[in-house]
Design a protein around this ligand. Structure first.
Ligand SMILES: [Zn+2]
Ligand SMILES: [Zn+2]
Length: 362
């Protein structure tokens, strides 16, 4: 099957013929890829900010159809339409048993050992799977926990977006922050995740959803399609002063959805006494955050967020139903749909960042 390979950081991806393992393990499935979204964390690997073994196939929000299932796989069958999600879990560790698969402590159990035939290879050499998925490929060999069966009425191209941006954003607002009706919310950064935090806050009944970004195009999208009630361009306006004026002292929840440590400080300044900052963005491995102690005395907290605390088997079907009922915006997230051969054009668009996502369709 064909896959887009990254052989070293800073290079273009190259589309090559790659072998998938002929035999599945009992706990694996083989999925024919329908669509895969291009996400910023893929770009981190291409740019070398996150270091991983090479060659690697990137791509971690995908959809497809199950074409083969191992003997121990339950919950999905051949022919099922599935969302492929990076929350891959062992099912038996303490956090999995507590119903929190996003916090799984034993991801090795979901991968093949070094003594086993690799899932992907090129001329006898292992090709690595980014986030255990490797979605920039015509076929994926996956641990069964990576896939969730969905209603076949769901368009598969839009379904791919549920695997990362939508699940993380909506989950952060609803499952993690548990925004209550009438609360005030600010969201810093209106990329795929931030727009969906806005959408999740709006669905939760927040009285005020303030979107903050440096791009007018993204702010327009947040306001017209994703439920933001107010927008602030932080290049032109003092965001903290504007938010305090709009909300009588600050928001109950401030979300950092970019992954830059100075924005956590900004989020604290936007927050009312007793409020919470939710750090959703992915920070560099060595990043450190300094918190003026006065914020703690004001009863404020800073809370980390991992994958929106997603429980795929519970949350993915609910998101599909919300879309089918007309309650969830997905189409406005999509910019271009491109074939695998044009993936480097999509990567270039990701770097310039317009807010809309490019989807590779197969
Ligand atoms: Zn992602
Ligand atoms: Zn586990």
């Amino acid at each position: 099957m064909r896959a887009a390979l990254l052989t070293s950081p800073g290079q273009d991806l190259t589309v090559r013929e790659v072998q998938t393992a002929a035999n599945l393990r009992a706990d694996e499935v083989r999925v024919r890829t329908a669509a895969v979204g291009l996400c910023h964390s893929d770009l981190h690997v291409i740019d070398g900010l996150v270091q991983r073994p090479m060659p690697v196939v990137l791509g971690h929000e995908a959809s497809g159809v199950v074409v083969e299932a191992g003997s121990a796989v339950e919950g999905v069958r051949v022919g099922d339409h599935v969302v492929v999600c990076f929350v891959v879990s062992c099912g038996v560790c303490r956090m999995c048993r507590a119903g929190r698969p996003a916090m799984c402590q034993d991801r090795e159990a979901t991968m093949r050992g070094t003594d086993e035939e690799p899932r992907l290879s090129l001329a006898g050499r292992e090709v690595h799977q980014w986030t255990n998925i490797a979605g920039y490929a015509e076929e994926m060999v996956l641990h069964h926990s990576a896939v969730t069966a969905i209603d076949e009425r769901m368009p598969l191209d839009l379904a791919a977006l549920l695997g990362c941006a939508v699940a993380t954003g909506i989950g952060s607002a609803r499952t993690v922050a548990q925004i209550a009706r009438g609360e005030h919310v600010a969201v810093i950064g209106c990329g795929g995740v931030g727009l969906n935090v806005c959408q999740g806050a709006s669905l939760a009944g927040a009285a005020t959803v303030i979107a903050i970004d440096r791009s007018d195009a993204k702010l327009e999208l947040a306001r017209t399609r994703f439920g933001a009630t107010h927008t602030i361009n932080s290049d032109r306006e003092d965001a903290a002063a504007a938010v305090r004026a709009l909300t009588d002292g600050g928001v109950d929840h401030a979300f950092e959805a970019v992954g830059l440590t100075p924005l956590v400080s900004l989020a604290l300044d936007l927050t009312v006494r007793g409020g919470t900052v939710w750090a959703v963005g992915v920070f560099g491995d060595t990043a450190e955050i300094r918190i003026p102690a006065g914020h703690l005395h004001a009863g404020k907290g800073v809370h980390g967020v991992r994958a929106g605390s997603l429980v795929p088997s519970r949350d993915i079907p609910a998101l599909v139903q919300a879309y089918l009922d007309g309650r969830l915006e997905l189409e406005a997230l999509v910019g271009e749909r491109i074939p695998l051969d044009r993936i480097n054009e999509g990567i270039a668009d990701l770097r310039t960042g317009t807010g809309a996502r490019t989807i590779v369709v197969f």
